[in-house]
Write a protein that binds this ligand. Structure first.
Ligand code: C5P
Length: 202
């Protein structure tokens, strides 16, 4: 059985979700959005559960809650993500997913650096904070959330700051990651670059 792992990291709203889904579909790989794990823990914490307890007892159904994509849950996720014991509780699940037969794409913040340091392909997808905030703003308002570009930019900046400066598994490109800056690229162009990188190694 062929184990092939693709690690896609980067800050919020840089395009890694779109790229990960497309790569997974193209190559027939399974896809895990690891941000969803932290969001599910964050949502449980907002509901009153202790963060470490929430991570250690996370269940599949916690990943199916409807509110995981909200800005409030995103902030809660990045707050629980600084806690070492929360991160530790989620490692085994992610590594097992990465090694499943038939190939896997994992996207997050620390996949290429901590979770899957031996991934066959590592991409770091980024874009300027302004471009990312604009994309997230359109996404949130498209879903009916009432917000402003300034609020979304402040949210994105706060999460970047927390994710990049935490002691455990900070967000940064792995030394051997290919960096794709999508600031000036359309989705199609970014996707094309990513597919070219994967095809070169697959
Ligand atoms: O990717 P997404 O925006 O859904 O991630 C939500 C939060 O979860 C991030 O801001 C980050 O703090 C945390 N996260 C993490 N490590 C990952 C994935 C997400 O710390 N691998």
């Amino acid at each position: 059985t062929d184990i092939f792992t693709i690690a896609i990291d980067g800050p919020a709203a840089a395009g890694k979700g779109t790229i990960s889904k497309a790569i997974a579909a193209r190559f027939g790989f399974a896809h895990l959005d690891t941000g969803l794990l932290y969001r599910a823990v964050g949502a449980r914490v907002l509901a009153g559960v202790d963060p470490v307890e929430a991570a250690q007892t996370l269940q599949a159904h916690d990943l199916e809650r409807g509110d995981l994509r909200s800005a409030e849950v995103a902030q809660a996720a990045s707050k629980v993500a600084v806690i070492g014991e929360v991160r530790a509780a989620l490692v085994d699940f992610q590594r097992a997913f990465a090694r499943r037969a038939g190939g896997a794409v994992l996207d997050g913040r620390d996949i290429g650096t901590v979770i899957c340091p031996n991934a066959e392909v590592k991409l770091y997808v980024t874009a300027s904070a302004e471009v990312r905030a604009k994309r997230r703003f359109l996404e949130l308002t498209g879903k009916g959330e009432v917000t402003s570009l300034a609020v979304v930019l402040a949210d994105v900046a706060a999460r970047d700051e927390r994710d990049m400066n935490r002691a455990e598994a900070p967000l940064k490109p792995a030394a051997d990651a290919v960096v794709i800056d999508t600031s000036e690229l359309s989705i199609e162009q970014a996707l094309q670059l990513a597919l070219t990188e994967v095809s070169a190694l697959k």
